[in-house]
Ligand binder design. Structure first.
Ligand SMILES: Nc1ncnc2c1ncn2[C@@H]1O[C@H](COP(=O)(O)OP(=O)(O)OP(=O)(O)O)[C@@H](O)[C@H]1O
Ligand SMILES: O=c1ccn([C@@H]2O[C@H](COP(=O)(O)O)[C@@H](O)[C@H]2O)c(=O)[nH]1
Length: 240
């Protein structure tokens, strides 16, 4: 069955999507490719805002497991997302896309602070708004930031661009015969504790009726395909 078309979308890019074939950090060719795909989505008439993860640089939970103070580690993780946001901004502006970075942790010399009304105004002007520093709070992740900003911006859907091509009945990187869902309700993701996304992010989308589309952003051209309702992806939505 073809998937519905969504106009205003929040695209969550996992930090790892920026690494390309590298094991760590930001690959300029990959950010340029992602920027071209975002430009193509804009040309197709979609309004876009972005949340970029930080897993290619720093994850608070992993650092806490090695002895870092959790809150300090989470702030470091949030700062990592600012680096990724600036990298995406640079790649987009290199191809003439007007952008603004809005950070949940105010840093006046590098970006605007996050103010919802300003973000809305930027979107109305056709800019790609990049939300940096997650929610600005420790103990959260950029998935929850993505769900929160999607709700605040009145997005029609949250597109999670990641390294797997959808939601499976078990982690496909760990379970060989895991089966992919084409579509499933929020309640199943939560009841089965499917870890493709945080439960808090899933619950926020459920409560605000924002469908989540999970797809593989590492595959070239996939964003355009999935936006057209084609290609391999899973849609998580309210039960009919
Ligand atoms: N049931 C499941 N279906 C699909 N993927 C799953 C499932 N359970 C766990 N995963 C894992 O979830 C991960 C997807 O999340 P991702 O790696 O994009 O994390 P992220 O926190 O959003 O990104 P980052 O920290 O890199 O910014 C995949 O690596 C996948 O192996
Ligand atoms: O609201 C937030 C968002 C993120 N963090 C910290 O940043 C890292 C990187 O984000 P990912 O979602 O894992 O890509 C995360 O591990 C947290 O440590 C945060 O504290 N609050």
């Amino acid at each position: 069955m073809p998937r519905p078309r969504f106009n205003r979308i929040l695209l969550k890019l996992s930090g790892e999507a920026l690494m390309g074939e590298e094991a760590f950090g930001i690959d300029p060719e990959t950010t340029a490719r992602l920027a071209r795909e975002i430009a193509e989505a804009k040309e197709a008439g979609h309004e876009l805002c972005l949340v970029v993860g930080g897993g290619n640089i720093f994850r608070g939970l992993a650092a806490a497991a090695k002895g870092f103070d959790r809150t300090s580690a989470d702030y470091m993780g949030m700062l990592a997302t600012v680096m990724n946001a600036l990298a995406m901004q640079n790649a987009l502006e290199n191809i003439g896309i007007d952008t603004r970075v809005l950070s949940a942790i105010p840093m006046a010399t590098v970006s605007e602070p996050y103010i919802r009304r300003r973000a809305m105004r930027h979107m109305e002007k056709g800019r790609v708004v990049i939300f940096a520093a997650g929610t600005g709070n420790p103990f959260f992740t950029t998935d929850t930031a993505a769900a929160l900003r999607a709700a605040e911006m009145g997005c029609d859907a949250l597109f999670k661009g990641t390294s797997v091509d959808g939601v499976y009945d078990a982690d496909p990187k760990k379970v060989k015969n895991a089966r992919r869902y084409e579509s499933l309700p929020f309640s199943r993701v939560l009841a089965d504790d499917l870890k493709v996304m945080d439960a808090s992010a899933v619950a926020l989308c459920r409560d605000n009726n924002i469908p989540i589309v999970v797809f593989n952003i590492r595959e070239q051209g996939n964003l355009a395909r999935v936006l057209k309702g084609e290609g391999t992806a899973t849609i998580v939505q309210t039960e009919e």
